[in-house]
Design a protein around this ligand. Structure first.
Ligand code: SF4
Length: 110
């Protein structure tokens, strides 16, 4: 390896290292991204939940509007996974149960 190549490779390394340090600082300085798992679960006792007839388990709903098979997991306002909990546009900052249901249930568009 000639002296010129040595200097060039060191220069590239320093550039790379400096970029990495900046990247690390940016990541460290960004606010933590809130994951759905971190959101507090909506409870049946929540005033909005009561108003919407929300239940954590759709199978126990006594609301006449509830149709068998309708759950948060197949509602267009739900953006979580098929199990567990996920965000609902009607309960900002909280998560609802994939097995839950409320009167605002609207089937997901195919
Ligand atoms: S709007 Fe849909 S996702 Fe939200 S609580 Fe009601 S049924 Fe569940």
């Amino acid at each position: 390896m000639s002296g010129c190549e040595d200097i060039e490779s060191r220069r590239r390394f320093l550039k790379f290292a400096a970029g990495g340090a900046v990247g690390a600082m940016l990541i460290g300085g960004l606010p933590r991204i809130v994951r759905a798992d971190d959101l507090p679960h909506v409870s049946d006792a929540d005033p909005t939940a009561k108003a919407l007839g929300y239940v954590e388990d759709a199978t126990v709903s006594k609301d006449p509007k509830h149709k068998t098979g309708d759950t948060c997991a197949n509602c267009q306002f739900y953006s979580g996974g098929p199990t567990g909990y996920g965000p609902c546009q009607l309960f900002l900052g909280k998560s609802v149960s994939a097995k839950g249901w409320c009167v605002s249930h609207t089937p997901k568009k195919a």
